[in-house]
Write a protein that binds this ligand. Structure first.
Ligand code: BJ8
Length: 440
């Protein structure tokens, strides 16, 4: 950290002792997992800095924004339209939910057998460890899964600032109508909170900012299709995680600068691993910061993660919102359609996800697919069945893992992942090292 932020944290009501403990664990983990990587692109320096200031400078920026009259909107899900938030000149922030923190405290409110993501955000708040939650003016929840739906009721009891949007379970006409009404209700909520009217001009400007961020993330994603990939999966995952809480304009600029450097690396053949390293696509439950566990095991075993078929990944930036020629009512339709077309496992059926998995395998030239689900995450653990069948149609090695944020199963996961990488090796040699047939 560039300076002492104790006074700021104290004013936010954090538990300073526990918070110091959290920061020292995170700093150590970051050193071991990230800074120990060899031959990282220079442009990662910016993202290392952002991580080092995650509870410092960025919080200071949010408090300054509040001071100047802007509102801070916290979210946990990519169904919350960032465009609407920015159109009211508010700040959009993804909240902490990726660490095994305060589980004992969280279990005073929610059952033990709850997914790690929900437990984490309850634990962060209940233990006084999240300066983001304390900085927000509004926290937006959603009805995507039963766990979140019920947890947000309790979260509102604790924080008093949760607003829940209803996400339909299907994607038919009646669901689209319901979703559009929800989007408009949310827009009204934002207008009332900020005192700023959402006009078409403001929406267009906001969607440009968000689209530019998504385009930069798409550019990063495509660069990983190269062999060797010019960036590690760990670094790419980190960038995706940071995209949820950094200033979007600055983030886009820095990411495009990094992609320029990655273009150069591709031109001269510099990669994060040697050419020919086994390429893994991972998909399923979101990996919120600082959940780096599975990537660390895969890359520590000599393979490379070439894509995340997840919300912290492709699902968040796959599609854009084009409002250039739209008037206000049509703009709401475009936003409605864009978000209800997300291929989250909360939908039934969710066939688009299967098609998207195959597309990602092909585009990123993956040698194997790991389906990753958090324990007790019913939508993704259930959907692993369909994902497995989908992957079987292209004869690609498949591995299903269920885990949480603790380190207890590290050894077991490592053994299973190493066996999976062996399976890829055998499968590749059986196919005369030519697996391009699978990627069609
Ligand atoms: S759009 S994946 S961010 S809902 S991991 S809390 S689903 S039990 S996070 Fe999600 Fe939005 Fe969908 Fe993405 Fe429930 Fe599963 Fe926990 Fe989850």
């Amino acid at each position: 950290m560039s300076k002492d932020y104790k006074e700021m944290w104290n004013n936010l009501g954090l538990n300073l002792k526990a918070h110091d403990g959290l920061l020292s664990v995170l700093t150590e983990a970051y050193k071991n997992i990230y800074l120990s990587q060899k031959n990282r692109p220079k442009g990662m320096g910016y993202f290392d800095f952002v991580v080092s200031e995650v509870h410092g400078l960025r919080i200071e920026e949010l408090l300054e924004a509040k001071e100047s009259g802007r509102k801070i909107i916290g979210t946990f899900c990519i169904f919350v339209p960032e465009e609407l938030v920015l159109a009211t000149d508010a700040v959009f922030i993804g909240l902490c939910s990726g660490a095994d923190i305060g589980s004992d405290e969280a279990e005073k409110y929610i059952p033990k057998n709850t997914c790690a993501l929900i437990k984490s955000f309850m634990g962060f708040k209940a233990s006084g460890l999240c300066p983001y939650v304390e900085s927000t003016d509004l926290i937006v929840g959603e009805t995507t899964c039963d766990g979140k739906k019920k947890a947000f009721e309790i979260f509102n009891d604790i924080t008093g600032k949760v607003y829940v949007i209803e996400v339909p379970n299907k994607q038919g006409e009646t669901d689209i109508n319901l979703w559009k009404a929800e989007i408009k209700k949310f827009a009204e909520k934002l207008e009332n909170l900020t005192g700023k009217k959402i006009t078409i001009e403001k929406l267009r400007a906001a969607s440009k900012i968000v689209n530019n961020k998504r385009k930069a993330l798409q550019r990063l994603s495509l660069l990983r299709a190269n062999d060797p990939s010019p960036i590690s999966g760990l670094d790419a995952l980190l960038i995706n995680q940071i995209s949820f809480y950094d200033d979007p304009i600055r983030f886009t600029l820095k990411l495009n600068e990094l992609c320029d450097e990655l273009d150069d690396r591709v031109r001269v053949g510099i990669g994060a691993t040697k050419k020919g390293a086994k390429r893994v696509l991972i998909g399923g439950s979101p990996m919120a910061i600082p959940n780096w566990k599975t990537h660390a095991i895969i890359e520590g075993s000599g393979a490379i993660v070439v894509g995340e078929e997840a919300c912290v990944g492709e699902r968040s930036y796959r599609t854009l919102v084009d409002l250039d020629n739209a008037e206000i009512e049509e703009a709401y339709d475009i936003i409605t359609n864009r978000y209800i077309s997300l291929d989250c496992a909360c939908f039934t059926p969710n066939n688009d996800r299967m098609k998207n998995i195959k597309d990602m395998v092909r585009t990123l030239k993956a040698d194997g697919f790991i389906h990753y689900a958090l324990q007790f995450c019913t939508p993704y653990t259930m959907e692993s069945y369909k994902a497995k069948n989908t992957i079987a149609t292209i004869s690609l090695p498949f591995l299903k893992i269920e885990t949480d944020y603790s380190m207890e199963d590290m050894g077991q996961l490592k053994t299973r992942i190493e066996a999976f990488l062996e399976m890829i090796k055998e499968s590749n040699s059986k196919n005369n090292s030519c697996c391009s047939c699978r990627r069609k």
